[in-house]
Design a protein around this ligand. Structure first.
Ligand code: F1P
Length: 345
């Protein structure tokens, strides 16, 4: 039927498929993948863009459903649309799905709530099974969405032959190490509470990241805005020189996601640029890094993992930082003002 069925699982080194199995060929042969979502789910979609293009070599576009639904987009029956939603009830995402469907696209859903409106509106897909989000702001849904989307990309890449067998296997192997690494990242809690004490009265924050970590910078900024009401902006670090650099002075905390990957040397120079303007750098680095810790004011070490999987780990300290700042400012982290769990209008 027209609902989400089954789920993806890594079992004995192979991906076992549920409901999206019927659509694998369609996904493998897609001219492009269009991702639609809102808020945190949109950030998970941006991570997925990088992952799908890297692993599957299929062009990907990511759009805010809230924008897509009101314009006249070019969509056709060769498009595969992935709709991402924690609640499965977001009205903008639902309307965007209906629009894409009316133009003949195949809709794959990534939802958390079983039997939700979005799940029912899609042709097939996968549930994230992250459990209920107690608070309004999405946290574990983000990591669950990225995990599912990564497995989808691996499945397509395997069928397409766009990844070498050894790369495919090593990524699957690394995916299995994620729960342990997330547990380790959660042990950073006390350190983040201390950093939160220093910055709880800041009026603005800047978040920077490159590559797979750029959407993490956006998500870190969104989490801070949503639950602590501090103005925050996320930027690709390379874009800093095109504008946001003007904001940096000794009053500006700059969270830099600077884990070891192919763009590491570039992010080192971004940190230098911030320090040269006396910004306060809070750096998220890979365990054992020695270069950035020499320059940063505060250093948060996370376990190392391949760059494509780093968003799953790097977002944890940013969520904890927002949480502690919000609590210290007396904000209700579970029910932030003006926000609804499901935005149904
Ligand atoms: C999208 C979203 C959430 C945000 C807030 C408002 O929801 O923007 O990311 O935290 O709850 O809605 P969803 O479509 O993922 O349920």
């Amino acid at each position: 039927g027209d609902c989400l069925r089954g789920r993806l699982q890594a079992k004995e080194g192979k991906l076992v498929l549920g409901g999206i199995f019927d659509y694998v060929t369609k996904m493998v042969n897609a001219d492009r993948i269009l991702i639609i979502a809102c808020g945190t789910s949109w950030h998970a979609g941006l991570v997925a863009e990088y992952i799908f293009e890297e692993f599957c070599r299929i062009p990907v576009e990511v759009e805010y459903a809230s924008e897509f639904r009101y314009r006249n987009p070019i969509v056709n029956e060769k498009d595969v649309v992935i709709a991402i939603s924690q609640s499965g009830e977001t009205a903008d995402t639902l309307a965007a799905i209906e629009l894409a469907k009316s133009k003949g696209a195949t809709i794959i859903g990534v939802c958390n709530v079983v039997g939700s409106s979005i799940a029912r509106a899609t042709h097939a897909g996968s549930y994230t099974h992250a459990g209920p989000e107690i608070g309004v702001a999405s946290t574990k849904a983000f990591t669950a969405q990225i995990s599912v989307l990564t497995m989808m990309a691996l499945m397509i890449a395997e069928k397409k032959g766009s990844l070498s067998e050894s790369k495919y296997r090593s990524l699957l192997f690394e995916l299995e190490s994620v729960p342990d690494k997330v547990s380790k990242a959660l042990l950073l809690n006390d350190q983040l509470e201390e950093i939160a004490k220093v910055f709880k009265d800041a009026r603005n924050f800047l978040y920077l990241g490159r590559g797979f970590n750029f959407p993490v910078a956006l998500e870190g900024a969104l989490k801070l805005k949503e639950i602590s009401y501090i103005h925050a902006e996320g930027y690709p670090a390379a874009e800093m020189k095109h504008g946001p650099i003007a904001l940096i002075d000794e009053e500006m905390p700059v969270v830099v996601i600077a884990t070891k990957d192919s763009s590491y040397e570039k992010i080192v120079s971004n940190v230098q640029e911030v320090k040269a303007r006396k910004g306060k750098v809070i750096a998220v680095v890979s365990e054992g890094d020695t270069e950035i810790p020499k320059m940063a004011d505060y250093v948060i070490e996370v376990p190392h993992i391949s760059d494509a999987l780093m968003p799953l780990i790097a977002v944890i300290p940013l969520q904890l930082l927002s949480y502690h700042i919000a609590v210290m400012r007396g904000c209700n982290v579970d029910q932030p003002r003006n926000l609804a769990k499901s935005v149904t209008v």
